[in-house]
Design a protein around this ligand. Structure first.
Ligand code: ADP
Ligand code: ZN
Length: 216
């Protein structure tokens, strides 16, 4: 099963991808996380990626496709993947289709997470994650059960993304509206687009996604 989660920053893609990963034994391919790992590696590519990401811009398409293509070839992706944060433009959606076709793979579904933009600012500026295992939390909506201890791994170090400040979030939302939202009709024409209400609570959103995937 190969799934794309599509929605603006803060829609809950990462949160839901983590759950789907476990439920269906899929691998979450978060291009943002993949890129942040490249940045942390300090390579030439990493330095380039850092400059691009800090300005709220997008990475070149061929580089992104190559990075995803290499990852899909890994044996752990045999049961399928969940793409989170990609594609972001119609050109990327087309390039992704070509790449998948060459591998004989198909998309099972593209899930649009609908949310209103003011809620997104609050979600994004309040989020943080476990430095050890990546589990996601929120100052208001999803606190760890024990303060400052990760529910998943017991870790006590947490981190916040440098680009999760209000100014950068506003430019990421504008980029979503201008460049990413136009992909929706592209997938609608292919008959693979399904929408869920991303404003519902986290468990309810998971239920909606599972219902949609059961019918896929
Ligand atoms: P994305 O990957 O789409 O950018 P995240 O999954 O990181 O979004 O979610 C952003 C923040 O909002 C996180 O802190 C998360 O805990 C919180 N969140 C996610 N889904 C919901 C929801 N349905 N209701 C309330 N808060 C949510
Ligand atoms: Zn953890």
């Amino acid at each position: 099963m190969n799934v794309i989660l599509l929605g603006p920053p803060g829609a809950g893609k990462g949160t839901q991808a983590k759950r789907l990963e476990q439920r269906y034994s899929l691998v979450q391919l978060s291009t943002g996380d993949m890129l942040r790992a490249v940045v942390a590696s300090g390579s030439d590519l990493g330095r380039k990626a850092k400059t691009v990401m800090e300005s709220g811009q997008l990475m070149p398409d061929d580089l992104m496709i190559q990075m995803i293509s290499d990852r899909i070839e890994q044996p752990d992706c045999a049961r399928g993947f969940i793409l989170d944060g990609f594609p972001r433009t119609t050109a990327q959606a087309e390039a992704l289709d070509n790449m998948l076709k060459n591998k004989g793979l198909k998309l099972s579904g593209v899930i649009e997470m609908k949310v209103d933009s003011e809620a997104l600012i609050e979600r994004i500026t309040g989020r943080f994650s476990c430095a050890a295992c990546g589990a996601g939390y929120h100052d208001r909506f999803q606190r760890p059960k024990v303060d400052e201890v990760c529910d998943s791994c017991g870790g006590t170090e947490f981190s916040r993304r440098a680009d999760d400040n209000e100014a950068t979030v506003r430019s990421r939302l504008a980029a979503y509206r201008e460049q990413t939202a136009p992909i929706l009709p592209y997938y609608e024409e292919q008959g693979v687009l399904r929408s869920v209400d991303g404003m519902s609570d986290i468990d309810e959103v998971t239920r909606q996604i599972e219902t949609v995937l059961a019918a896929a």
